[in-house]
Write a protein that binds this ligand. Structure first.
Ligand code: ZN
Length: 367
C-alpha cells in the first residue's frame, strides 16, 4: 500500500544517508472483486509481496525497476518453468501512479493472457504529495525517486494452468514440495521385507542428496491407487521398487510430465538423479515455450488480427502509439496491449489505422 508506506517513509527519511531505502512487504490485499472470481487469478483477498523503494537519483530508481523485473523473470522461468515476455505497459495500461510500468506477461493454454508481475517507476509522483524528501550532500532539500513492484499467488495459478493436465497437477521439480515419491510394490510378506528394505535404501540415498522424497508405505492401498494419487498431486518423479527390481539391484522410475518408464541401477541413483530432475525441469520449460510460440500470431492485417484474438492467441502487431487505436481495438476485440516488449520489432504500420507504427506490441485478451 503506497499510502501506508510513504507516509512513514516521509518520517523516516531525512538525509542522503538514509537512502536507498528498500522495504518488501509480505501481506494480503483485499480488492472489490466479487463477480467472476477465479482461484489464484482473481480473488477478493490475495497473498502477495510488494516492494517499495526510495532512491536519491532517477537513474538509481530506474535501475532498481529493471533489476527487479529481471529477478522476477528469472524466478518464473527457472523455478516455475514458465516463459514470459518482458517489456513496458502502454500509458493506458500502466499503473496510474507510475511514470511507467514494466511487466512480464504470459499466455495460458486457454489462450488468455496473464500478467505475471509488474515493476513500476514512480518518479516523484508520490514523493511530492507524501513529502518523501531528503537533504542531499549540499544540504539542499530534494524530492526522492521511488519504485514499487509485486507478484502474487497468481503465479501459482499460472503454474497450475501451464503445466497441469487432465490427471491433475504437474509440478516442476524445483518447486515441488515432494520431488520424488517412492512406491514399494509387493504382494506377500516375504517380498514385503526386502522390498521395503530397498525402498529405505533409496530414500536414504535421495535424502543424503538433499532431495525432497517421500516413501508411500501405506499398506492398505494398491500400487495403482498410489500412482494415480501422486500423479494427481503432481509429483514430478516416481520411483517403483518391486521384487524383480530388488533381484536385479535396480529400480524403475516414471516421470509425471511425460508418460515414460525407465530402469535405473541402484548404484547409479546418486549420480544420475540430479540430471533426471533437471531434464524434467528443462523439458517442462521447453513445452511451455512451445505453447507461447504456438499461441503468438504475427500479422499486419487487421482481419487476421481479429481472427487470431478470437482463436485465443497473442498478436504481435505494429502500433502507431495512439491511445485511440488501442481503445478501438479493445472495443472491437476485447484485446488490449499486454506488453510492448523490450526487444519488440517495428513492422512499419499500425495494424488498425495503417499509419506509421512507432513499435510492435503484444495484444491479447486477459483474464
Ligand atoms: Zn493506429
Amino acid at each position: 500500500s503506497e499510502t501506508l508506506a510513504y507516509s512513514m517513509y516521509s518520517k523516516w527519511i531525512q538525509s542522503w544517508r538514509d537512502l536507498p531505502l528498500k522495504i518488501n512487504f509480505w501481506n494480503t490485499a483485499l480488492r472489490a472483486e466479487i463477480k467472476a472470481t477465479k482461484p489464484f487469478l482473481r480473488t477478493s483477498e490475495f497473498l502477495w509481496q510488494e516492494g517499495h523503494t526510495v532512491h536519491a537519483t532517477q537513474q538509481e530508481a530506474e535501475g532498481e525497476v529493471a533489476e527487479i523485473l529481471e529477478i522476477y523473470k528469472k524466478t518464473v522461468q527457472e523455478e516455475l518453468a514458465i516463459p514470459v515476455i518482458t517489456g513496458k505497459k502502454s500509458d493506458k495500461e500502466k499503473f496510474v501512479g507510475a511514470v511507467y510500468t514494466t511487466t512480464m506477461e504470459s499466455i495460458m493454454p486457454d489462450g488468455k493472457a496473464l500478467q505475471m508481475g509488474t515493476s513500476h517507476f514512480l518518479g516523484q509522483n508520490f514523493s511530492k504529495p507524501f513529502e518523501v524528501k531528503y537533504l542531499d550532500k549540499n544540504n539542499t532539500e530534494t524530492f526522492a525517486w521511488q519504485t514499487s513492484w509485486g507478484v502474487s499467488w497468481r503465479l501459482i495459478g499460472a503454474m497450475i494452468m501451464v503445466h497441469g493436465d487432465d490427471k491433475g497437477l504437474v509440478l516442476p521439480p524445483r518447486v515441488a514440495p515432494i520431488q520424488i515419491v517412492v512406491v514399494p510394490i509387493y504382494y506377500n510378506e516375504q517380498d514385503s521385507a526386502r522390498v521395503n528394505d530397498a525402498a529405505d535404501k533409496v530414500e536414504k540415498i535421495l535424502k543424503e542428496k538433499g532431495l525432497r522424497v517421500h516413501v508411500d508405505r501405506r499398506d492398505q492401498l494398491t500400487p495403482g491407487f498410489k500412482y494415480n494419487e501422486w500423479e494427481m498431486r503432481g509429483v514430478p518423479l516416481r520411483i517403483e521398487v518391486g521384487p524383480k527390481d530388488v533381484d536385479k539391484n535396480k529400480v524403475m522410475y516414471a516421470t509425471r510430465h511425460i508418460k515414460q518408464k525407465k530402469d535405473l541401477a541402484m548404484e547409479s541413483i546418486s549420480s544420475e538423479i540430479d540430471e533426471i530432475l533437471q531434464k524434467i525441469q528443462d523439458e517442462m520449460f521447453e513445452a511451455a515455450k512451445k505453447l507461447l510460440a504456438d499461441k503468438t500470431t504475427k500479422t499486419s492485417e487487421y482481419s487476421e488480427f481479429r481472427e487470431a484474438i478470437e482463436k485465443g492467441t497473442f498478436v504481435d502487431a505494429g502500433w502507431c502509439g495512439k491511445r485511440e487505436c488501442e481503445e478501438k481495438i479493445k472495443e472491437d476485440t476485447m484485446a488490449d496491449i499486454r506488453v510492448i516488449p523490450f526487444d519488440s520489432g517495428n513492422s512499419g504500420k499500425c495494424v488498425y489505422c495503417k499509419n506509421p507504427s512507432v513499435t510492435n506490441a503484444i495484444f491479447g485478451r486477459a483474464y
